[in-house]
Design a protein around this ligand. Structure first.
Ligand SMILES: C[S@@+](CC[C@H](N)C(=O)[O-])C[C@H]1O[C@@H](n2cnc3c(N)ncnc32)[C@H](O)[C@@H]1O
Length: 239
């Protein structure tokens, strides 16, 4: 079965994503700056700036990976928790000097092990695009946020303009396949990125889903000429 049909079903995507991130975890901190031409750090700083975290905030970073957003948020907040599906990612995060006493939890953002209204801020970097059920992930984020709580997500966009989209996906396919072959002997490893973008609703589509599922003040901050995006949204306050 090829990559596109594998990730076309929720079960196939779940299985592929689990294997993928366990495979790439040890190279993740090398590959992310390389694939973004060093811009990833600035995008994450931008997201943290938009979150306006205060010492009263309780922050949850979903799909925290090796901890970039989590460890940037933690010193500003009352507490910060990282959650990721991939245990190896959390082991690498735990070994980082900035980790302090930040809890790291192995878990699935489709079934968060937290009570309702537990956090005032939820962040995720390159998280939403990887879940097999986006609506369920948004509902879980909404559940664990306090009314008025903020949600911020950084991810690839799916350009609406067909020519731009085709060129962008072709570029990512060539670069991704080459890097996957060189680093892991498997072109599908990073060709997954453009394939996941194909079946993703894109920044505007995600914004509409956030509005439909109980968020307000939804904003899309375009990055890299709109090829990447940050979402900002607030859980509606109780009436
Ligand atoms: C591209 S990495 C992003 C890591 C980090 N957030 C960053 O911005 O560098 C995507 C992460 O999502 C995690 N992930 C994928 N599906 C997930 C899920 N359903 N629940 C929680 N984490 C998930 C993977 O294990 C991986 O660490």
């Amino acid at each position: 079965m090829n990559l596109r049909s594998t990730i076309a079903t929720p079960a196939g995507k779940r299985r592929f994503v689990r294997g993928l991130f366990a495979t790439i975890a040890d190279r993740y901190d090398f590959i992310t700056p390389a694939l973004s031409y060093g811009r990833d750090r600035r995008w994450k700083e931008r997201l943290i700036g938009l979150a306006r975290i205060t010492p009263d905030d309780r922050v949850l970073d979903l799909a925290c990976g090796t901890g970039d957003l989590l460890f940037a948020a933690a010193p500003k907040a009352q507490c910060a928790v990282g959650l990721d599906l991939t245990f190896r990612m959390l082991q690498l995060a735990a070994a980082k000097p900035g980790r302090a006493r930040t809890p790291l939890i192995t878990g699935d953002m489709l079934a968060l092990p937290f009570a309702r209204s537990r956090f005032t801020v939820v962040t995720t970097g390159y998280g939403l695009r990887n879940v097999p059920d986006l609506a369920q992930a948004i509902d879980e984020i909404h559940r664990v946020l306090t009314p008025g709580g903020r949600f911020l997500s950084l991810d690839f966009n799916r350009p609406a303009q067909p020519v731009v989209r085709a060129a962008y996906l072709a570029y990512l396919t060539i670069v991704g396949s080459t890097l996957g072959l060189l680093l892991h002997g498997d072109p599908d490893t990073y060709r997954y990125i453009p394939e996941s973008i194909r079946s993703y609703p894109g920044a505007e589509g995600v914004a509409r889903m956030l509005e439909q599922r109980g968020f307000t003040d939804v904003r899309v901050v375009p990055l890299l000429g709109g090829l990447m995006a940050i979402h900002f949204a607030k859980k509606k306050s109780a009436a």
